[in-house]
Design a protein around this ligand. Structure first.
Ligand code: KIV
Ligand code: ZN
Length: 390
């Protein structure tokens, strides 16, 4: 099995959605949950964009240790310096810099020429490399770029120190075969390509983000950029839960990720609630109806054997099949157990506070749903988040 690195950009591309903005404490709580989920890289923000984003990248860098922490920058010295500064405390750090590479962006966004853009990209990579070892380069609007120029760009930035190359379909334009074909073209035409990991970053404007990402992986890419619940600019990004479960379900692809899939449902509910982004009921993997069966024929079939109508065991994505019903008469043990089934190991003092809050909610609320409990523990953790002074 070949490992696919999971690069989560919920806190950067996902957070660009209007109305989804989070404060630093909320971002730290999500980043800690992403670490538990097993993502390899957390894109924590775009530090030059605002002092708050800078602070979030800095605090996430202090708070989590396993994943690589990544900060976005344009191919501009000041951006790159600020990104490096925000990553000062990260145990494992990456700068993600890049530039538009399509004729469209070169002519109408930068009003520049291919040669000048190439030069700017090389300068940016060299400068970033002088500050941080791990450099990812994004070729913005690669989905609509001229392929020979894209190949020239990829070869040049690898030669100057980029170790991961992101090929974004920024506008969500590509069809799966075309997108996969672009990745294959790069493998066939860039002579130093084996020195870098190729990353897929697909937007969902035509509802093809997951299909395109998978097609890129089938053609040699080994990093996928994605967000929880597929949130992101416009129609969103590849959703983490979809691409991860597609890889797990289709073993014949010969790919695997390090994601602890049983944590997916909780992660999804946490992000939806904190970002004020409801999940559509029929959303694959995490929608309320993703594992419910309503027609008589399907109900009969699934009762005879679950696999008749389900390709994924709900338990594999963290939907427990036996539940304790919580009421105001429930004790601490039942509450602790229910939180554990949702993926939260509560410390004793967290349990005590959570229990007192739970009793107040339970007294006035007949139905204690998973979402109620996830909101309770998330708010509790956000309120107790203390930024460590270094
Ligand atoms: O979609 C895109 O091109 C991006 C880049 C900034 C990586 O999000
Ligand atoms: Zn994007």
């Amino acid at each position: 099995m070949d490992k696919v690195y999971v690069f989560d950009t919920t806190l950067r591309d996902g957070e660009q959605v209007p109305g989804c903005q989070l404060n630093t404490a909320e971002k730290v709580v999500i980043a800690k949950e992403l670490e538990r989920l097993g993502v390899d890289i957390v894109e924590a923000g775009f530090p030059i964009s605002s002092p708050a984003d800078f602070m979030s990248v800095q605090e996430i860098s202090k708070a989590i240790t396993e994943p690589v922490i990544c900060a976005l920058s344009r191919s501009v010295r000041k951006d790159i310096e600020t990104a490096a500064e925000s990553l000062k405390y990260a145990k494992r750090k990456r700068i993600h810099t890049g530039i538009g590479v399509s004729d469209f962006h070169i002519q109408h966004k930068f009003r520049s020429t291919h040669d000048k853009i190439l030069e700017q990209a090389i300068e940016a990579v060299k400068f970033a490399k002088s500050l941080v070892e791990d450099i990812e380069f994004f070729c913005e609007d690669a989905g609509r770029a001229n392929l020979p120029f894209l190949a020239r760009m990829v070869e040049a930035v690898i030669a100057n120190g980029a170790t991961v190359i992101n090929i974004p379909d920024t506008t969500g334009y590509c069809l799966p075969q075309d997108y996969g074909g672009k990745i294959r073209y790069l493998f066939e035409n860039v002579k130093n390509i084996h020195k870098a990991i190729i990353s897929v970053h697909c937007h969902n404007d035509l509802g093809l983000a997951t299909a395109n990402a998978l097609s890129g992986l089938q053609n040699g890419a080994r990093q996928v950029e994605c967000t929880i619940n597929g949130i992101g600019e416009r129609a969103g990004n590849t959703s983490l839960e979809e691409v991860v479960m597609a890889i797990k379900t289709h073993q014949e692809l010969g790919l695997e990720t390090a994601i602890k899939t049983q944590r997916i449902s909780t992660m999804s509910k946490m992000v939806s609630s904190m970002m004020n982004m409801p999940i559509q009921a029929n959303k694959a993997i995490v929608g309320a109806n993703a594992f419910s069966h309503s027609s008589g024929i399907h109900q009969d079939g699934v009762l005879k054997k679950r696999e008749n109508y389900e390709i994924i065991d709900p338990v594999d994505v963290g939907i427990p099949n036996n539940k304790i019903v919580l009421t105001a008469r429930s004790g601490r043990a039942a509450l602790k157990h229910t939180f554990a089934t949702l993926g939260f190991d509560l410390s004793n003092d967290e349990l005590e506070i959570a229990y007192q809050q739970f009793l107040i909610i339970a007294d006035g609320n007949k139905n204690i749903t998973d979402q109620v409990l996830i909101d309770l523990i998330t708010n509790l953790r956000v309120n107790r988040e203390e930024f460590t002074k270094v």
